[in-house]
Design a binder for this molecule. Structure first.
Ligand code: URA
Length: 452
């Protein structure tokens, strides 16, 4: 039976007027966008804007996800033995959980096929962090991905051009037409990529707060529910944790600084908040993959894998398999190193507690130092960033260290002034980010909900 033919304008008008699209119409859209023939960019953006305002039903969202997923290669890992479980985070500042969680989950018996993204704006990206490790390759082919998964148990790579081409096109259009912040479109974008990875199940970390994509908890909850539902419709169990992202996760943000903090976590010396989120997400992965009887059992296995060095061993093996220098584990100096360290200190008169460490402003500080990306084509400086960051609730007095900025501001000649301004700007962002109170502030829980 030949598939029905549609006219893009009819589909746009239907959605513009609040109608629900059919499966065939949605498939025509996804196909037309990826082959660049039957849906022109201006028509696709008109439809995206109509979806932005009119929304999509859960059924439409599931169909869109499925059609986008099938716009390219769907990786089949069914011949690899073991439960294949991935984790995806909607992103934040200092979120280096993937670097710790993937080897940890493997050490507890899972396989973790992970396709990650790059940082954009104030949020960091796993691929950029991994590339701080000398030699580490993230642009691997699907056969290479599969070989490493088989050998090591986890592999962390960038999306290949063959996977979900419809999202590549649609995301680039959304990025420049004010249609990014739309829950059905975000859900289809994320889930189409995850379902194309060959996973059996998925854990989501949906963040909300100052440094997250979703500022409001209600929106994060709606997104989490939509993604869990789409996973169910696609036959894959999905669980989502709702986690707060008002202050950066851990004490480091950047690339080199986050790699160091991740390795410290694998050595059992991680900061409490980062370990809490990592353990909770890994625990849900073990439950989904049938490697733990309950949360307490999962926790015990996870703690053992850190304590006996099994997780660190997997990290080392993954580094070797992906071309990275494993010496990094014992010698942080081989990572890209900033020329200068600047301690930002609490101003005169301060005596009390830290009441706020605004994650968005910390992200802006990293952008000012050259560690972020304003456009997808920008290069990032892996060496710059934030370390030793003070946390909400900690006691503080005048002159105490708020953080250490890793700075590369030794530009010469015409650029000297600009680089000095950049580090002054970064310091100013940190000063705006950290606020103080006379009494200990009320701490918000880091993990606020589980949706399954
Ligand atoms: N991340 C994605 O991959 N897609 C979106 O639409 C938003 C965040």
């Amino acid at each position: 039976m030949s598939s029905p033919t549609f006219f893009p304008q009819d589909i746009i008008i239907k959605k513009r007027d609040g109608g629900a699209l059919t499966k065939d119409e949605i498939e025509f859209f996804a196909r037309g966008v990826s082959d660049g023939k039957s849906f022109a960019d201006y028509q696709a953006t008109a439809l995206l804007m109509a979806i932005f305002w009119r929304g999509m039903t859960p059924q439409e969202t599931a169909w869109l996800t499925d059609a986008m997923m099938r716009s390219g290669e769907v990786i089949d890992l069914s011949d690899l033995p073991g439960a294949k479980v991935d984790k995806h985070s909607t992103g934040g500042v200092g979120d280096k959980v993937s670097l710790i969680l993937a080897p940890l989950a493997v050490a507890c018996g899972l396989k973790v096929p992970m396709m990650s993204g790059r940082g954009l704006g104030h949020t960091g990206g796993t691929l950029d962090k991994l590339e701080a490790i000398p030699g580490f390759k993230v642009n691997l082919s699907v056969p290479e991905f599969r070989t490493i998964l088989q050998k090591v148990g986890c592999a962390m790579i960038g999306q290949t051009p063959q996977v979900v081409p419809a999202d590549r096109k649609l995301y680039s259009l959304r990025d420049v037409t004010g249609t990014v912040e739309c829950i059905p479109l975000i859900c289809a974008s994320i889930m189409s990529k995850k379902l194309a990875e060959g996973i059996d199940s998925l854990v989501l970390d949906v963040k909300f707060g100052k440094g997250a994509f979703m500022k409001r908890k209600e929106d994060a909850l709606t997104l989490a529910r939509a993604m869990v539902e789409v996973g169910r419709a696609g036959g894959k169990p999905v669980r989502a944790l709702l986690t707060a992202m008002n202050q950066p996760l851990g004490r480091a943000a950047g690339h080199t600084t986050e790699v160091i903090e991740s390795i410290e976590c694998l050595k059992g010396r991680g900061p409490a908040d980062l370990m809490e989120v990592t353990y909770a997400l890994t625990g849900q992965m073990l439950l989904l993959g049938g490697k733990a009887k309950n949360e307490a059992d999962a926790r015990q296995k996870i703690e053992a894998a850190i304590a006996n060095g099994a997780a660190l061993k997997v990290f080392r093996e993954m580094c070797v398999a992906q071309g990275g220098d494993p010496k990094v584990i014992d010698d942080y100096k081989i990572l890209p190193t900033a020329k200068k360290l600047l301690e930002v200190k609490a101003p005169a008169g301060v005596q009390g507690f830290v009441s706020e460490v605004d994650a968005l402003k910390c992200g802006h500080a990293i952008m000012a130092l050259g560690g972020g990306r304003a456009a997808v084509t920008d290069k990032v400086d892996h060496a710059v960033g934030i370390a030793d960051l003070i946390k909400i609730g900690e006691p503080v007095r005048a002159g105490a260290r708020l953080c250490t900025l890793h700075i590369n501001d030794d530009a010469k000649g015409a650029r000297a002034d600009l680089s000095a301004i950049a580090s002054a700007k970064a310091e100013a962002f940190i000063r705006e980010a950290v606020k103080f109170s006379a009494t200990a502030p009320k701490q918000e829980p880091l993990i606020q909900d589980l949706i399954q």
